[in-house]
Write a protein that binds this ligand. Structure first.
Ligand SMILES: [Cu+2]
Length: 328
C-alpha cells in the first residue's frame, strides 16, 4: 500500500518534471492536459494496431491464390456489430467530455485573476499591468491566476507558453483572452507560433514566475507608482503592498490588530502614558518609522517598523491616503 503510494508519487513527480514529449508542468491545467493527451494517444494507438492487424490478417487469409471465387457473405452477427459500435462510441464520448472540460477550464479565468494587457507587434511582445507598468517580459506570481487580454497592432501573432500548456492567437482588430495559474517558480518560454513572416520566430521572451513577495517588490520598484498615480492612489497601493491592511481597517471602523484608520486624520489620539496627539503627517510618519515611540492606548507594541522599507515620498503618499479616509 505505502509502497504503491510511494511509487505513484514518484511517477507523479517524474511527470511534473516533464517527459519525452512535454516540458515541465508549470501551470494548474498542465497535468490534465498531458493526461488527456496520453489517453487519446493510447486509444488511437490501440485502434491503429487493431485495424491494421485485422487488415493484415484478412489480406493473408483471403488472398486470391487461396480464394479465387467470391465467398458467400457470413451471416449477420448482431453482437459483433453492437460491440464494435458501442465501445468506440463510448471512447469518443469520453474524449469529447474530458476535452470539452479541459477546454472550458482553460477558457474561463477565475474572477480574481490579475488582468494584464498583451500587445503583439512586429516583432515583439509588450505586457501592461493594472498599475500602468509596461514590460517586455511577462512576470507573474506563483499560485496567482493571471488573465491575458490580448490584441495585435499589425498581423496575426500567437502566444504560446509550452510549460503552461496554453496557446492563443493574437489578432488585429479583435481581443482574445487566455489565462493561467503558474504553480512553479522559475523562468519559462513565451513564443510566437505564427510563421507567416520571417521574424515571428524571433518573438520569444520570458515568463518569470516569482513568489508573491518578490513579485510585489518588483511591482513596487518597476511600477514607480508615484510617477503614474496620484499620491492617494499610490498610497493605497503601498498600504496593501506593505501589508498595513492586515492590521488596519480602512472602511468599516473596526479594530483589527491595530486601530482602524477610517475617519482618524486630524483627530486626537489617546497615547499610552502621555498627552494625546493629533494625527497629522508627522505622527503618521513617526508611527510608520518608530511605531513604539507613541503607543495608542489599549494596544501593544506589535506594529513592526518600516525603517528602510519605505521612502519618504512613499510615506507621504500613505499619509495622503490615510487623510483621504476621512477625519477632521
Ligand atoms: Cu508573431
Amino acid at each position: 500500500m505505502t509502497l504503491s503510494l510511494l511509487m505513484m508519487s514518484a511517477v507523479q513527480e517524474a511527470a511534473n518534471q516533464g517527459d519525452f514529449l512535454f516540458p515541465v508542468q508549470a501551470s494548474t491545467v498542465a497535468a490534465d492536459h498531458d493526461w488527456l493527451f496520453y489517453f487519446i494517444l493510447t486509444i488511437s494507438g490501440i485502434a491503429f494496431l487493431l485495424i491494421n492487424l485485422a487488415t493484415l490478417f484478412f489480406v493473408v487469409k483471403y488472398r486470391r491464390s487461396r480464394c479465387p471465387e467470391p465467398q458467400p457473405s457470413p451471416t449477420h452477427n448482431t453482437m459483433l456489430e453492437i460491440v464494435w459500435s458501442v465501445i468506440p462510441t463510448a471512447l469518443m464520448v469520453m474524449m469529447f467530455y474530458w476535452g470539452m472540460q479541459n477546454y472550458i477550464d482553460q477558457s474561463i479565468a477565475p474572477a480574481d485573476a490579475m488582468r494584464v494587457e498583451v500587445s503583439g507587434q512586429k516583432w515583439s511582445w509588450s505586457f501592461k499591468y493594472p498599475d500602468g507598468t509596461e514590460t517586455s517580459e511577462l512576470r507573474c506570481a506563483v499560485n496567482t491566476p493571471m488573465r491575458l487580454v490580448m490584441t495585435s497592432s499589425d498581423v496575426i501573432h500567437s502566444v504560446w507558453i509550452p510549460e503552461f500548456r496554453v496557446k492563443k492567437d493574437v489578432v488585429p482588430g479583435r481581443i482574445t483572452e487566455m489565462w493561467f495559474e503558474p504553480i512553479l517558480e522559475g523562468e519559462f518560454n513565451l513564443l510566437c507560433t505564427e510563421y507567416c513572416g520571417t521574424e515571428h520566430s524571433g518573438m520569444n521572451t520570458k515568463v518569470i514566475v516569482q513568489s508573491q513577495a518578490e513579485f510585489d517588490k518588483w511591482m513596487l520598484e518597476a511600477g514607480d507608482l508615484l510617477a503614474k498615480m496620484s499620491p492617494v492612489e499610490a498610497g493605497a497601493k503601498f498600504f496593501t503592498l506593505k501589508g498595513c491592511n492586515a492590521c488596519h481597517d480602512v472602511s468599516a471602523g473596526i479594530t483589527l490588530v491595530g486601530p482602524s484608520l477610517k475617519d482618524m486624520y486630524g483627530t486626537e489620539r489617546p497615547i499610552e502614558g502621555g498627552p494625546p496627539v493629533v494625527m497629522d503627517e508627522n505622527y503618521i510618519r513617526e508611527s510608520i518609522l518608530e511605531p513604539q515611540a507613541k503607543l495608542v492606548k489599549g494596544f501593544g507594541p506589535t506594529m513592526p517598523t518600516y525603517q528602510g522599507q519605505l521612502k519618504e515620498k512613499e510615506i507621504l503618499a500613505i499619509a495622503a491616503y490615510i487623510q483621504s479616509l476621512g477625519g477632521k
